[in-house]
Design a protein around this ligand. Sequence first.
Ligand code: BTN
Length: 262
Amino acid sequence: METQPNFNFNQFDIKLETETIGRNFLYFNEIDSTNSVLMSKTSKDVNGTVVFAEKQLKGKGRFSNSWESEKGQNLTFSILLNIDKHLKDKLNYLNLGTAQVLASTIESLFHLQVEVKWPNDILIKRKKAAGILVETLSLGADIKKAVIGIGLNVNQTKFIEEYNYPPTSLKLELNQQVEREKILAEFLNNFEELLWKIRNKPNTIMQSWREKCDMIGEKICLNQNGKLIYGVFDDIDENGQLLLRTEDRIEVMNFGDVRMVN
Ligand code: BTN
């Protein structure tokens, strides 16, 4: 028997103020992965489509990890963007910008302090509340589309797996049940504004991200496919790459999993 509350589409729609993002909305009770739906060859690729699932059977995380999320409790969704000439060199802005916008959306709705962890994790009190997986499809040398997948822990209170950063949810942080519809609508409104900024004011994006990151200046360990590199998180550059200060130089890093070292 179905016991989880379903997503209330009317409550979501009333708060959605976008022109494009989320106007084509595909709702699934169960699906393998919302990212996979939009990455598949059969996707109609309507720009701004949002695919939402109550339960993913094969939710994907970064570094080939899985993303586990209890049915009906959280937000697991993906956004499709057709990549035009304005966006094609700006995928890092999309990557880091999405994290910054998600962090700001949660902060302003719930008055929680939310941090970003390079490049695109969302932490509350050093625990992971959300993850973002951006996948792209290229034709020859051109990136044709990007799929931005987001998993935000909203009302789940029990988590099984152990990670570098233990999981948390909004309910665990606020001690109360949270309405998913409002968060999704508000995030998509802000995400559409991010796309405008990427086109018109790209420089502001990396600065806003920095302001949400408390690791800058701290000792960190970067895990690149099992290779551990220690140093100080000096900054990010204008492309969102991590600048790692080691003993004698600054190295530019473009992937890896970061953790703070005490
Ligand atoms: C990570 O932190 O490893 C990224 C997690 C991304 C999970 C989301 S849930 C919705 C979308 N569909 C997927 O299969 N993955 C992303």
